[in-house]
Design a protein around this ligand. Structure first.
Ligand SMILES: Cc1ncc(COP(=O)(O)O)c(C=O)c1O
Length: 392
């Protein structure tokens, strides 16, 4: 039994990850010999491209195994600055960049630097499940901005205004979005930039980790590009996990004004220090190499998105906003009196399907289905979902 007196108030406020709970339940059932189909993963099913692995092996053999600067390998900071300047059109220098242990640490460090107790953070909901928890860890308060399927999960500026007050310090954006797959247009971003201009104390964090995983009729726009006048208040989070299939490497980055970045480096230097030295060499290879591998994987996700959404459209009792990016669909389950956790538990127990309850992302009417799986697995998963819904 755990002794609650050993646990800090801060740690008590943190929820364990529902995603991990579902996957450990699924693994336990598999270990009992049950046939489980998992569409719950938040990571690519591809291996990291060979040229990245080769560059990393070379770095290891050359002895790149020692401590490095907490801010990141200077060559990688330079390569990220170049990528952001040329591809994202956000003028960036190496001093604007901190290399982090994945995008998650970029968010964690940023929020530790900019938030004080009592500050409020506007989080459009559905949201990636770590935003509210990282906000709480910084002593601040997550304020959810409810988005609905009826508005195609678009951010309504009036609801942002309604939730804004003198304590509001940060707005979090994520496009392409986990879990909805929605992509913000230039028009959406312009309206948000106008909102920021009306509220000069509010900062913005733009999480662009799925930028390359986008359907061919969409274009990703970085917030930092569309509002150069707000450059001191805009922070970009990104990483190598999703586009280059490098989830386990733990390489991400934060970019923004150098005063904040300097403090984020200080926090990193007193917590985790540098990101794994040779993993950073792999990230340099990823940025300097051909992007063909990224585009090939994105094309495959596009085919899978078409398959899964075409099949979901045919299931009665489900409705969804057509995802445009990332690798998730977030359907609403139109069954009476069933919450998302019960639905996902039934899915696992009755038909052996692992999916994630929408409540983990702030919407208890929805479920998150990942299509980072083979066509065969996707078809199997949707067969199971059909069978489950027919059973109600
Ligand atoms: C929206 C979003 N942001 C950030 C991350 C963090 O990615 P990582 O820390 O693996 O780079 C994830 C991972 O699932 C995500 O979905």
């Amino acid at each position: 039994m755990t002794d609650k007196t050993q646990i800090s108030i801060r740690a008590l406020s943190i929820k364990p990850s529902l995603t991990l709970e579902i996957s450990s339940k699924a693994k336990a059932l598999e270990a009992e010999g049950k046939n489980i189909c998992s569409l719950s993963a938040g990571e690519p099913d591809f291996d990291t491209p060979d040229f990245i692995v080769e560059a990393t092996l070379k770095a290891l053999k050359e002895g790149k195994t020692r401590y490095g600067p907490a801010a990141g390998d200077p060559e990688l900071r330079e390569a990220i600055a170049e990528k952001q300047s040329n591809i994202n059109k956000i003028p960036t220098k190496a001093e604007n960049v901190l290399v982090t242990n994945g995008g998650k640490q970029a968010i964690y460090n940023l929020l530790q630097v900019i938030l004080n107790p009592g500050d409020e953070v506007l989080i459009p909901s559905p949201y990636w499940l770590s935003y509210p928890e990282i906000t709480l860890l910084a002593g601040a308060k997550p304020i959810k901005i409810e988005l609905s399927t009826k508005d195609n999960f678009k951010i309504n500026i009036d609801s942002l205004e309604e939730k804004t007050n003198e304590r509001t310090r940060l707005l979090i954006l994520n496009s392409p979005n986990n879990p909805t797959g929605c992509v913000l247009s230039i028009k959406d971003l312009d309206a948000i930039a106008e909102f920021l201009r009306r509220h000069p104390k509010i900062l913005l964090m733009s999480d662009e980790i799925y930028e390359f995983l986008i359907s061919s009729n969409q274009v990703h726009h970085s917030f930092g590009k569309i509002a150069p006048d707000l450059q001191n208040r805009v922070f970009t989070v990104n990483g190598f996990a999703k586009a280059w299939a490098m989830t386990g490497w733990r390489v991400g980055y934060l970019s923004g004004n150098p005063q904040v970045i300097k403090k984020a480096i200080a926090i990193q230097s007193q917590s985790t220090s540098n990101v794994c030295s040779f993993a950073q060499k792999g990230a340099i290879a990823a940025l300097q190499g051909s992007k063909d591998c990224v585009h090939e994987m994105a094309q495959i996700y596009n085919k899978r998105r078409d398959l899964i959404t075409n099949r979901l459209k045919k299931i009665k009792g489900i409705s969804f906003v057509q995802p445009q990016g990332a690798f998730y669909v977030f359907p609403e389950i139109n069954l009476k009196k069933i919450d998302s956790i019960s639905f996902c538990n039934y899915a696992l127990e009755r038909v052996g399907l692992a999916i994630v309850p929408g409540i983990a992302f702030g919407d208890d009417n929805c479920i998150r289905i990942s299509y980072a799986s083979s066509i065969k697995t996707l078809n199997d998963g949707i067969d199971r979902l059909e069978k489950l819904i027919a059973s109600f």
